[in-house]
Write a protein that binds this ligand. Structure first.
Ligand SMILES: O=P(O)(O)OC[C@H]1O[C@](O)(CO)[C@@H](O)[C@@H]1O
Length: 431
């Protein structure tokens, strides 16, 4: 991936960061890079994620999925990093395999996605590092029952990706299911380039080697200077802008195929950096659509936002038919791709003209190689930002309170958190 941080400079935007400030910040980037390289060399927790291009074994993944490689429908059951990486990859790429991701427990939604499926040639990709995540286990039990009700042997159609121990590992062992291990030292939100994110890609027939090659190429750009490394340029610029008031980062890909990547980015950024009252708020946006939705706020609302544009050269294009409507005649000389490109450039310039910081992340295409580079690049940017913030990038303790409350509310044990739920302060206004 390439980045262009020109529209984040103080000469363009407010908040903005001066070139001199970036050069001073580059000294911290160099020190951070040394810590990152050391962490990678020692396979330290979290930093190990940046070793995935050489750690992940595509042959092992293909061998594990072989029993279900013929599936015409793949149901992935997971949540957070155990779903979003896989969804980002398969939603971005074309495949004949229908993919369903169950990462919520909304009963109408789950039934709506599950009950219409022909399960005879479907496969279940259940993913959970802990093997205890309530939503994933609940949905897996529901999907398993649907297979049983359809008379399909789920043990012949299920692949498990989980940690070394836990209920899912026990289930895989008990039923001799094909299983893969969530790599040690890799937090879920950083695991897209491991079996966690690549089993679905394998079943969909995508080029695993190209995904990893793109990631490896991005790995090679990691250096001691933000001016030589797109990932560090992005991570350092977002950190500097946050420090100057841009506490919101709207991730706005100009490609429908990359819409899910904004959701993946949101977990990566929020769960890694949201600690000690610090962190930049990721917002999921989509170009061109949100030009008619959120752009008003981005251009004329509080000066507390950075917009991250992601662009990619599209494979296919489509002509806009000519029209005799005079005021629309200009459209008939263009294609949809030209219109999208013009709208992106116009929106980017519109924010710059209003002094609103924005950064461009450029992919050459939406293919496995570029996607691997983008996933790796954003992960490396996040690791660098975490070093600059001085937070514990790789843990997420704040998510545990609600899990305990949930278990308590459902009779899964005695938890103070569940008692706190009952003590909610109310001020109800009813119709
Ligand atoms: O893979 P698991 O253990 O099911 O966790 C799923 C997700 O839940 C979290 O642990 C947060 O609760 C994320 O960090 C993780 O990606």
């Amino acid at each position: 991936m390439n980045v262009d941080i020109g529209n984040a400079l103080a000469s363009v935007a407010s908040p903005g960061v001066s070139r001199a400030s970036l050069e001073r910040l580059d000294e911290q980037v160099a020190a951070a890079h040394e810590r990152i390289e050391r962490g990678m060399a020692n396979a330290d927790h979290g930093y190990e994620a940046l070793n995935l291009p050489e750690r992940t074994d595509p042959d092992e993944i293909r061998a594990a999925v072989e029993p279900v490689a013929d599936a015409d429908t793949l149901i992935t059951v997971g949540i957070g990093g155990s779903s979003l990486g896989a969804a980002t990859i398969v939603d971005a790429l074309e495949s004949d395999t229908e993919t369903v991701f169950l990462d919520n427990v909304d009963p109408e939604w789950v039934s709506g996605r599950l009950d219409g499926l022909a399960l005879e040639n479907a496969a279940i990709n259940v993913v959970s590092r802990s093997g205890t995540t309530a939503e994933t286990l609940a949905n897996f039990l529901v999907v398993r029952e649907a297979f049983e009700d359809a008379g399909v042997d789920w043990t012949e159609r299920t692949i498990v990706t989980t940690g070394e121990s836990g209920p899912l590992r026990d289930l895989a062992d008990r039923h001799d299911l094909p299983s893969l291990k969530v790599p040690d030292g890799v937090p879920g939100r950083f695991s897209a380039l491991s079996a966690v994110g690549m089993v679905a890609a394998a079943v969909c027939g995508h080029d695993l080697e190209a995904l990893l090659a793109g990631a490896a190429a991005e790995r090679e750009t990691l250096s001691g200077s933000l001016f030589d490394c797109p990932a560090y340029a992005y991570g350092a610029t977002t950190y500097a802008l946050d420090g100057r008031g841009a506490g919101v980062n709207a991730m706005m890909p100009y490609a429908e195929s990359l819409e899910t990547s904004a959701e993946w980015f949101a977990q990566l950024w929020a769960e890694s950096l949201g600690k000690d009252d610090l962190g930049q708020t990721p917002v999921r946006a989509l170009g061109v659509t949100d030009q008619h939705s959120q752009l008003q706020l981005y251009r004329a609302g509080p000066r507390d936002k950075l917009v991250t544009f992601v662009t990619a050269d599209a494979d296919a294009d489509r002509s806009i038919p000519t029209t005799d409507v005079e005021e629309l005649a200009y459209l008939g000389d263009a294609t949809l791709g030209e219109l999208l490109e013009a709208e992106f450039e116009a929106t980017e310039a519109s924010l710059a003209a209003a002094g609103r910081p924005n950064v461009r992340v450029e992919l050459e295409a939406v293919d496995e190689y570029e996607l691997g580079g983008f996933l790796y690049g954003m992960e490396a940017a996040c690791v660098l930002a975490g070093e600059l913030y001085g937070v514990n990038t790789f843990e997420q303790p704040a998510v545990e309170w609600a899990k305990k409350a949930t278990r308590g509310l459902l009779g899964g044990g005695e938890f103070e958190e569940a008692k706190a739920v009952a003590e909610k302060t109310e001020l109800r206004v009813e119709r």
